[in-house]
Design a protein around this ligand. Structure first.
Ligand code: ADP
Length: 162
């Protein structure tokens, strides 16, 4: 049984993330999405909210589980008996950082491999940051994430402006 973890911030998840999760769920027996609780970043959504959003968005994927985690991805992988860390690659701009991360993780945990899924072309430009930027100017979010997520983003932005 090959278990993969997919760690990230997911603040919040986009169609790009959901596409990677769906494709990983086909290739691996189990996919555990790790939502990073990073005290150095100030996310729009709390880690509980981000987990909740992903649970709803992946409810039709039987072998996908969502968990919050803190610390190193390799430790999260080991705690979950995962052999693989999945990451998404959008463009060359992602590559340098992702390669360095994967090599570092290999030094830390030679028993865990990083597998990159290249993004589907229609989501290559998309990031949580871009979605939040457009949302801050009341732009149309419908191409970026499913309605439950875009509604949550709009509500959060609205509450922040109060
Ligand atoms: P992090 O802070 O770890 O980069 P993100 O939530 O931004 O967390 O991204 C998590 C992972 O998902 C990363 O591997 C990132 O490259 C990938 N990813 C983000 N957006 C997309 C997208 N549109 N298509 C494919 N992969 C993506």
């Amino acid at each position: 049984m090959v278990i993969a973890v997919y760690p990230g911030s997911f603040d919040p998840a986009t169609y790009g993330h959901l596409d990677v999760i769906r494709r990983a769920s086909v290739s691996f027996d189990k996919v555990i999405v790790g939502v990073l609780h990073n005290s150095a970043k100030s996310p729009l959504f709390s880690v509980e909210e981000r987990v909740n959003i992903l649970e709803k968005a992946t409810k039709d994927m039987a072998n996908v589980e969502i968990k919050a985690f803190e610390g190193l991805s390799v430790n999260f992988a080991r705690e979950n008996h995962a052999q693989v860390i999945v990451r998404g690659l959008r463009a060359v701009t992602d590559f340098e950082f992702e390669l360095q991360m994967a090599q570092t993780n290999r030094v830390l945990a030679p028993d865990v491999d990083t597998v990159f899924l290249t993004t589907s072309l229609e989501y290559a430009y998309l990031s949580s940051t871009i979605m939040k930027e457009v949302a801050s100017y009341d732009g149309d979010l419908s191409k970026f994430a499913p309605p439950e997520i875009t509604e949550a983003v709009k509500k959060k932005m609205h509450d922040l402006k109060k």
